[in-house]
Design a binder for this molecule. Sequence first.
Ligand code: NAD
Length: 411
Amino acid sequence: MIIGVPKESFPGEQRVALVPAVLPSLAKAGCEVLMEAGAGEAALYPDAAYVEKGVRIVASRHELFASADAVFQVLAPGANDRTGRTDLLLLKRDQVLIGFLRPLGSPETVQEIAATGATAFAIELMPRITRAQSMDALSSMATVAGYKAVLHAANILPRMFPMLMTAAGTVTPARVLIVGAGVAGLQAIATARRLGAVVSAYDIRPATKEEVRSLGARFVELPLEAADAEGRGGYAKAQDESFYRRQRELLARVVAESDVVITTAMVPGRQAPVLITAEMVASMKPGSVIVDLAAERGGNCELTRAYETIVGHGVTIIGEVNLAGSVPHHASQMYARNIAAFYLYLVKSGALELNLDDEITRDTLVTRGGEVVHPRVREALKLPPLGVSALAEEPLRGTDAKKGEGASDAV
Ligand code: NAD
């Protein structure tokens, strides 16, 4: 099998889908790797480091797509809504494509990928099960984003994070509030603690209480009980507007006392709930910072503007959406391990073997044989469910693709 790694083409994207360290495991499985020249450069992986591990560098993207059995990308068409379209012209029948595809946000692009005949996997649909942990790129990127969110805030805040007792007097520590203690939130807590801040956190899932406390943060107890807070795969369930209104009222005091608020609250398949109103922003001290990691999904703060950093009521509100991409070296390293583990999981004895009885394959597979095969993407496109007979015509193992439900549409 020949794996092709094109250079990421989304403007400003610095990550790369494979790094030299994972190449031996792919070679051992009989895979040859082709890479577009300079694909790893922005993440500080020079071509020479790949060549040393047996990679063939090609100058032309056309040649790369033409020769590859499988194409690995970070932002594939769909997630790359700027330049991804040009790659659609290069995809070919039965070629495997793996990357972030934003399948539920851009279902029309998935339909266009299907039209090329390619077999595409959306890595963000990886189920949140123990077996799939090594392939969970969404969690890897959330980890990096949580870390970087704190650094951004610390950089902008006109105060220091740690408490200092110096000859020039005592400096009080910054107060940091994390709303949403999932993967990104927990990493944000750990990072803010390492910098010496006093950290509080809140999540509607009661299971997070212990995790928050074990990282040395205070769990904010709100007299508010979410009905059925946790759904499939450990994700939060959406609540009604009266719940969110009450949550805002109860969070108001904690927000006003915080120097930094980092929000990560999300519910799969929905717009992010608004948990911080303009009025709450106005109650914060001037110079405070909000980093809204839910910006791309509408934002947890009413004033957030996705992709932008703004100042409202004297508070800086960061709505950057690709924080993981701003740490390209390690984000690429983690992504490469995830995508390589996933591909090696799909390949048996040197050939791709698709077992639709397996949750990992079924949940991530979005196109095959010219069709959009993922039930939720079909639903988003208003296409009728794919009949069992249609699937049976495909040379796949298993016929219960209809059961497949992606874990998340977060990217
Ligand atoms: P996410 O990014 O979708 O959501 C972030 C957090 O926001 C979640 O913790 C959620 O409970 C919280 N939230 C939602 N609405 C909220 C509200 N109104 N107020 C406050 N918080 C709110 O999710 P995530 O961070 O990727 O992870 C979610 C869960 O999945 C966690 O339990 C995590 O441990 C689990 N997970 C499991 C695996 C695995 O087992 N393989 C892998 C990754 C994540």
